[in-house]
Design a protein around this ligand. Structure first.
Ligand SMILES: [Fe+2]
Ligand SMILES: [Fe+2]
Length: 297
């Protein structure tokens, strides 16, 4: 058995943006990026695709008016409706209305987990789609919270997955493994989520966005896959292949927008660009995941 899917994140659509904002984002050209995504995914015939949140530029930083926010929701949703594979999504901190800090406009066009949705995505494979902003004041806690409510829901889903012989992949917007900045972009109560991973052997891997950095970490016997943004350098998405022998294989696909890619690259130093794109093995690699092997073999 082989499952093959796409993971993309942080597409940050902003209609008629007045500025590109912080590198590597290219917000003035978000329409160009949005138009390129569905044909790129459709050409690959994935089993399914998952978006890691921050479809939009609501919430903090951008302060866009509500009518622009609602237009961005409609345009992003229309674009992703063109993806032919089953398409799943979780919200990011920038998917709420900057004026009200509510996700109502987003929820009118995108499924919004309250707080966790479990999907049977393929034989013996389930996805846990987490909304880490559920009942959270996004203005105060832009990196989300790993609450008791969501933790209990994930533990129940993991127990059921184990009983049913299914691997469970967690998708959440923000990071829960620290890096050199330690807590920047980290979900509140990350230690609680790490404990749940330690306790629940059906949880084979987690996928995040938010930090706009490619990073893959094999931690204990599971995998944490952080992915760069799709609105600037390195301007790509992940192809992920999971095999019955427990192997995770990923290939980073760059959108065919060479001019935009170069313009985004030119906004940062080579050292900073290297951080966005990660090391070669943060983009293209093959890793044996003991938990996946144990569940599937
Ligand atoms: Fe983002
Ligand atoms: Fe974010």
């Amino acid at each position: 058995m082989t499952v093959r899917f796409a993971f993309l994140t942080d597409t940050h659509h902003y209609p008629d943006a007045p500025d590109d904002y912080g590198a590597p984002k290219m917000l003035t050209r978000s329409r160009e990026v949005l138009d390129a995504i569905p044909p790129a995914l459709n050409a690959q015939n994935f089993d399914f695709a998952v978006h890691g949140g921050d479809f939009l530029c609501g919430g903090s930083s951008f302060d866009i008016p509500t009518d622009t926010y609602l237009r961005s929701v409609a345009e992003a949703a229309d674009a992703f409706d063109q993806v032919e594979a089953p398409f799943y999504a979780i919200p990011g901190n920038h998917d709420c209305d900057a004026q009200t800090w509510l996700f109502d406009g987003y929820a009118a066009r995108f499924a919004l987990p309250t707080p966790l949705t479990v999907i049977d995505a393929a034989p013996r494979l389930r996805l846990a789609l987490a909304n880490v902003f559920y009942q959270v004041d996004v203005k105060e806690k832009g990196s989300g919270v790993w609450s008791d409510t969501i933790d209990e829901a994930l533990r129940a889903a993991a127990d059921k997955a184990l009983a049913d012989g299914c691997a469970l992949l967690l998708f959440l917007h923000t990071w829960f493994l620290p890096d050199f900045d330690w807590d920047r972009g980290m979900i509140e109560d990350a230690d609680k989520l790490r404990q749940t991973f330690a306790d629940c052997p059906a949880l084979a891997m987690a996928f995040t966005g938010h930090r706009h950095i490619n990073r893959i970490t094999a931690h204990c016997d599971y995998l944490v896959v952080d992915t760069a943004c799709l609105i600037g350098y390195p301007l790509g998405y992940r192809e992920v292949v999971l095999s019955e022998d427990g192997y995770f294989k990923t290939t980073f696909h760059v959108l065919d927008l060479p001019r935009l890619l170069q313009d985004s690259y030119d906004r940062s130093t080579p050292e900073q660009n290297q951080i966005w794109e990660g090391h070669i093995h943060d983009r293209d690699t093959e890793i044996l995941v003991p938990r996946l092997k144990a569940i599937w073999s």
